[in-house]
Each structure stands twice: as structure tokens, then as C-alpha cells.
Write a protein that binds this ligand. Structure first.
Ligand code: ME8
Length: 700
């Protein structure tokens, strides 16, 4: 039974956050973990900020799909469900998900209230009995109007739909549309990201909101309508109400009813973008009919994609999160998910990106800072935090940066921009590593300059204290280890201490400790991850392809890759073989090139260009002649991409142009540069740039 509110909680402000309740028709994958990890980071952050947080997750256990899966498994439905729920709870434990409650829609606290709600809505005329005719997608449990189908298939999952006709109960949605639109207007932050609001209004509300079918008679695994038990409550009405039944709505127990009063309305529902419609149209309308306040925010985040598009069992590209956690630890997976993909946008999971994040960010930047500092305290200061002397400019600069990162990180967390919040913290981590190099404590020690050494080492310990406090929502394990290693007390690690510098009292012991995150062998890990994910080598290529297939561009530049040879030039005139004019340089099985310095790399001038014109070159079936807008000039470039793109597809694309290549003639046509593309196994995709980047912008 759900816990009631205790007295000590009542003087804190509340924060109620939810994840979708997942279908336990199968084990969950890394995409489900993404939503849950994001919600957990917010829940932890809010608790640290002094909120009484209610963090709810759970499972959506009714419907035909579940019934069929249990039958296939040859098990009674409840037994089938119990096993998967145990697996899911174990996953959340391994990922350090700090949920406060886990609702199962088969629990009496839910089913009883749904039955009552249904009766009430019939009585008040919001639900009526009618005839249903339409197209039904069993896997998505969604009904679609004929005009909504795409090539006669489900617009969400692309699978077959079937025509059904049966008596059903309907929810009179149209009655509430004006109030809903008014709510959107008065609460501009209700639907996030903003772009999803227009999608909802234009695609679903403006064409005329259909009444929603809220019961079925063709299966019986669900909550039965009390007065008409051959009807089972259609799964969305059942599912959405979990957000209120879990916290005590409709309970007979006064303590639970008080709990509902305390936490409702929810501060935010986290969901994937495919179920925004249910949460920002149907759910608010159901709540209006019940006379309840609406949630403050619904955040529809993007998808985690694999190189060949969306994850799905049928494609065989689903990653088991438990295998990843086992290999890398929960902190690493949490960090990767929240750092790599700007919340709200789609992102691609590639083994290379994961290994790079873990090696560069966690092992090198963060792990090194903690480990180097502790090691130096042992070598130069007897393992103790020394007392600081007067600060010099270099110290003050780091102090200022660390203190200013705090409000930046807080602002980004409030906006639910986890990746940016992490970048705020990483700016400090990188600056602290540079500070070690600049101040060279080993030299200060050699010179016997104890005052300077004390200031530098103390400053580092304080910076570590600050970044560790900030990192807690993301890395719950590593941060606890650092607190223990640096012997930091709860008073020294409270959020309020982040406004000041100089909190640690000198003289305490710091343990030398083990590295927080191991540095991974890139080749070995990529091989292992490919075995886990069924992915092939070639992160840059595959990431580009997956994004292209999902029709989404990443908003962040891809992390610097050491496998840069996968990104190839789409016209490399100076290397063009006379027999193979302008064809892309080979990527498949490309050898690694010798290392170069940053100076050598910086001799290449790369700029953003927009393709204004594209045409074929007679008698050259691989070549296209492009006119590219570089902001201050239009460049003509001949590119070997004619077999991959139709000229008209290219108009308007923002690409990366090498602008300081010596001009050459290809088939008699002058080419003054080349554009970048990724290529693998006979596929080629241009490297594109987000639209808001101006033409001529430097790429580095
Ligand atoms: O829709 N990338 O359950 P579900 C990111 N029971 N997030 C993903 C993802 C991916 N590739 N795949 C799944 C249901 N998700 C209903 C919800 S709520 C009242 C009822 C996440 O098991 C994302 O949050 O299909 C998405 O909305 C959710 O899992 C869908 O989970």
C-alpha cells in the first residue's frame, strides 16, 4: 500500500514527477531506461534542492497485447507479469533509480478507482455508448481514422492495422476542446518542447478532435466496466489515470486522500514523443471531466535511435540495459544517456560514442582530476588538505568559474537540459585539470613553496567538492565515493554550501583511492559492444545514416573522433583517380592514417555552406556540379555524389565545405573545394549542419 504523508515532509515544497508506465509485454530496453534515468536525475536534483519529491514509475499491465504475450509464453497472465515486473524493478535497482512508488495497473488501488471513475463519467454524460468502426493497431493499442493511416498502415509503428466494428463506450472529447486550447494559451510551458504543441494543435485538434473510444469487448484482460462487464476499459483511460490513483486519488483512506491533495497536480510528466498526444489532449480532458487541476508540464523527449533507426525487437537492434550496466556500471550509462542526447531531440546510440564519452569525459577529465589531486595530496601534503594562503589571479579565475557554474547548472536543470547542465560542470572540471598543469604543484613542492602549494591544493579540493555536489543527480555512485575519499561531511556537501568557496576545513585526511572510472581499450570495447548490440563498425557513418533515416539532425557536433577516416570527402579532386573521377574516397576498411598535430589539422579550412543549385554533369554519372553559398560568396564545387543524391534533394542542405583546397578541373568543370560525407558499405550521406548555423560559419 502506498505510503501516506509523514509530518516531517509537510513543510517542504513538493515536486511530483512521473515516467510513463511501461508495457511489461517484454523486457525493457535502453530507450525505456533513458526516460527513467532522466526522471531520476530530476528527482535527485529536486531532493537535493530541498523538495519533498514524489517520483512515480510503474507498469501498464492491461490490454490484448499482454494477454497474447502471456499466452505465447504459456503462462497465466499474472505469473507472466510478475516475472517481468521483477525483472524491471531489478533493472531500476541496478540503474540506481530512486523512485518513491511503483504502480502496477493490476493493483486494487488502481483498478477500483478506475471502475469508479468510469461509472461517474457515464453518469455525468462524458462517456456514452456508441458503435465503433475504425482501424486498430494491436501492437500500439491505438485506433486510427482512415485519413491518419500511412500507406494503409499504422502511422506510429508502420504495422498492419485491422478494421474493427463493435459496440464501445466513447469519451465526449469535443466538449472540452475550447477549454483545452485556453489552457495551452494560459500555460505556455505546458507542452515541452514547444514544437510539439503546434504539432498537436495542427494535426489533432484543428482537423476536429474525435471522441475517444474508451472500451473494448474483443478481449477481457483489463478492468471491466461495472455496469456493463462485457466491456473492458480501453487501455489509455486505464493507463493515464495511474498518475492520480498511485498517489491516493479516490482512496477510502483519509491519509492517502491527503497525499493526493499534497502532490497533485504533477509538476512534470516525462514521456517519449510518440505518446505526447495522449498526455496533452486526452489526459487533460479526462482531468477536466473529473474536476481536477491539470499537470503543470508534459515533456515529450526524443528517441534514442540505433544506426538503422528506431529500436525494435523485430529489427534485432535492441540493447539490453542490464548487459551495459554490468560492463560499464550504472553511472557510466546514466552519464552517457544524459550527456550525449540533448533532451527533447533524437540521438543515436553508437558503441564509439559510448566509449569516447566514458574515456574522455569520465576517465580522463573527471577521474583524472579526482585521482591526480588525491595522489598529489599524498605526495606533497602528507595526505591532508592543506591550509590555503592568499589567492593569485590564476586561483581566483578557477574559483570564479566554479562558483558561476552553480547557477548555470541550476538554470539548465530547471529547463530540463541535462546535457547543458553537464557541460556547465565539465567546463569547471576541464579548467581544474588545466589549472594543475598551469600551477604545477610538483614544481611548487620541489621549490619548497608551501604557501603556494597550500593554496593550489586547497583550491583543487574545494573545486572537487563543488563539482561532486553538482554531479550527484547524474552519478550517484561515483559522487558518494568521492565524498568518502575526500572525507567530506554532509554539512560540507549540502547544496546550500555551493554559494561559497572555502567550506572544507583544512587538515582532514584524503584517501589516495582507486581511479573512479577505468580507461577503456577502444577497439576491444567496440568489438564487445557490437556483439551486444549487433552493430557494425563505423560510428561516424552509422550515426549519420541513422540520423538521416530518422530525419533528424543532431544539435551538437559529434564528439571528436579518433576514427576520423570514416568521414570522407564527397569530392576529393586532388586524389581523384582518372578512371574514377570525383568518386568518394574509400571508407570501407580504410586504414588508420598516421597521427597529425592540431596545427596540421588547423591548416584545413572548413566552413558551413548551403547548397543553392545542383545539376548533373553530362557524361559523368558520378558527378554533380554544386553552387554553394558560403555567406560572402557562392562557390562552385564538383562532387562525386550523383549516385547517392538527386540534385533536387540537395537544394537548401547545409553542408561542411573544405574551402581552401587548390582548385581543380573535373571533366572540364572547375571545382573550388569539396563537401564532407560519411560512407560505408556502399552508402553515402552528406555531413549536414543544423539549419540555424549561418552560412560561412567556421567548422573546427
Ligand atoms: O507507451 N527512445 O509504454 P511503452 C527513448 N504503456 N525513449 C523510449 C524509446 C526510445 N527508443 N523506446 C521507449 C507505453 N521509450 C504506454 C505508456 S503512460 C500512461 C502509458 C520510452 O512500454 C519513452 O518514454 O511502449 C516512451 O514514451 C515509453 O518508453 C513507451 O513505453
Amino acid at each position: 500500500m502506498a505510503e501516506a504523508v509523514t509530518h516531517s515532509q509537510t513543510d517542504k515544497p513538493t515536486f511530483y514527477i512521473t515516467t510513463p508506465i511501461y508495457y511489461p509485454n517484454d523486457k525493457l530496453h535502453i530507450g525505456h531506461s533513458y526516460t527513467t534515468v532522466a526522471a531520476d536525475a530530476v528527482a535527485r536534483y529536486k531532493r537535493l534542492r530541498g523538495y519533498d519529491v514524489m517520483f512515480l514509475t510503474g507498469t501498464d499491465e492491461h490490454g490484448q497485447k499482454i494477454q497474447l504475450r502471456a499466452q505465447e509464453a504459456g503462462k497465466p497472465v499474472m505469473e507472466f507479469l510478475d516475472e517481468i515486473i521483477a525483472w524491471i524493478r531489478d533493472l531500476w535497482d541496478r540503474l540506481d533509480i530512486s523512485y518513491d512508488d511503483f504502480i502496477r495497473t493490476t493493483e486494487p488501488r488502481h483498478t477500483k478507482v478506475v471502475e469508479e471513475i468510469f461509472e461517474r463519467l457515464i453518469d455525468q454524460g462524458d462517456i456514452y455508448l456508441g458503435d465503433y468502426e475504425g482501424w486498430y493497431c494491436t501492437p500500439c493499442e491505438s485506433f486510427w481514422a482512415e485519413r491518419e493511416l500511412v500507406d494503409g498502415k499504422c502511422p506510429d509503428c508502420g504495422r498492419e492495422v485491422k478494421f474493427v466494428k463493435e459496440q464501445s463506450y466513447f469519451f465526449r472529447m469535443s466538449k472540452y476542446v475550447d477549454r483545452l486550447l485556453e489552457y495551452y494559451e494560459q500555460h505556455p510551458d505546458f507542452i515541452q518542447p514547444e514544437s510539439r504543441k503546434n504539432e498537436m494543435i495542427n494535426n489533432f485538434i484543428k482537423p476536429g478532435l474525435q471522441d475517444l473510444c474508451v472500451s473494448r469487448t474483443s478481449f477481457d484482460w483489463g478492468i471491466h466496466v461495472r455496469r456493463d462487464p462485457k466491456h473492458v476499459v480501453y487501455v489509455w483511460l486505464d493507463a493515464l489515470t495511474n498518475y492520480i490513483t498511485a498517489i491516493g486519488y479516490g482512496s477510502d483512506d483519509p491519509a492517502l486522500r491527503a497525499k493526493f491533495e499534497r502532490y497533485w497536480p504533477a509538476d512534470v510528466h516525462f514521456i517519449g514523443k510518440e505518446i505526447v498526444r495522449f498526455h496533452v489532449i486526452y489526459w487533460p480532458i479526462i482531468l477536466m471531466a473529473l474536476g481536477l487541476p491539470l499537470p503543470k508540464k508534459v515533456y515529450g523527449h526524443g528517441f534514442l535511435l540505433m544506426k538503422d533507426g528506431k529500436m525494435s525487437k523485430s529489427k534485432g537492434n535492441v540493447i539490453d540495459p542490464k548487459l551495459l550496466i554490468e560492463r560499464y556500471g550504472s553511472d557510466a550509462i546514466r552519464y552517457f544517456l544524459l550527456r550525449e542526447i540533448p533532451f527533447g531531440q533524437d540521438g543515436v546510440f553508437t558503441p564509439e560514442a559510448l566509449v569516447e564519452r566514458l574515456n574522455f569525459d569520465l576517465a580522463n577529465d573527471l577521474g583524472n582530476l579526482i585521482h591526480r589531486t588525491a595522489a598529489m595530496l599524498h605526495r606533497f601534503c602528507g595526505g591532508e588538505v592543506p591550509a590555503p594562503a592568499a589567492r593569485e589571479a590564476v586561483d581566483q579565475a578557477l574559483v570564479d568559474l566554479a562558483l558561476s557554474a552553480v547557477p548555470d547548472m541550476e538554470a539548465h536543470m530547471e529547463e530540463l537540459q541535462f546535457s547543458l547542465a553537464l557541460q556547465d560542470i565539465w567546463r569547471v572540471i576541464r579548467a581544474a585539470n588545466k589549472y594543475i598543469d598551469d600551477t604545477a604543484p610538483w614544481a611548487l613542492n620541489r621549490e619548497g613553496n608551501r604557501d603556494r602549494l597550500g593554496t593550489v591544493m586547497y583550491t583543487l579540493c574545494e573545486v572537487i567538492r563543488i563539482i561532486t555536489i553538482l554531479l550527484q543527480p547524474f552519478l550517484p555512485r561515483a559522487t558518494q565515493r568521492v565524498f568518502e575519499q575526500y572525507n567530506l561531511t554532509p554539512e560540507e556537501t549540502a547544496w546550500e554550501t555551493l554559494r561559497e568557496f572555502g567550506v572544507i576545513r583544512p587538515g582532514r585526511n584524503v584517501a589516495e583511492g582507486e581511479p573512479l572510472f577505468p580507461r577503456l581499450d577502444v577497439a576491444e570495447e567496440i568489438k564487445a559492444l557490437e556483439a551486444l548490440t549487433g552493430a557494425r563498425a563505423g560510428a561516424q557513418t552509422t550515426a549519420a545514416e541513422a540520423q538521416a533515416s530518422a530525419g533528424q539532425a543532431k544539435s551538437e557536433a559529434a564528439p571528436a573522433a579518433d576514427s576520423g577516416d570514416q568521414v570522407v570527402a564527397a569530392a576529393a579532386p586532388e586524389r581523384a583517380n582518372p578512371a574514377d573521377h570525383g568518386a568518394p574516397a574509400p571508407a570501407e576498411g580504410a586504414e588508420h592514417k598516421p597521427q597529425i598535430t592540431i596545427d596540421t589539422f588547423s591548416q584545413v579550412e572548413l566552413r558551413v555552406g548551403q547548397i543553392r543549385e545542383a545539376e548533373r554533369i553530362p557524361k559523368a554519372d558520378k558527378l554533380l556540379k554544386l553552387q554553394i553559398d558560403l555567406g560572402d560568396e557562392i562557390r562552385q564545387v564538383v562532387s562525386g555524389i550523383a549516385q547517392y543524391y538527386e540534385p533536387e534533394q540537395l537544394i537548401g542542405q547545409k553542408v561542411v565545405v573544405v574551402t581552401n583546397l587548390k582548385p581543380v578541373k573535373l571533366r572540364g568543370v572547375q571545382s573550388n573545394g569539396m563537401i564532407l560525407a560519411a560512407s560505408q558499405d556502399g552508402h553515402l550521406r552528406l555531413v549536414t549542419v543544423p539549419e540555424d548555423m549561418p552560412n560561412g560559419a567556421v567548422v573546427k
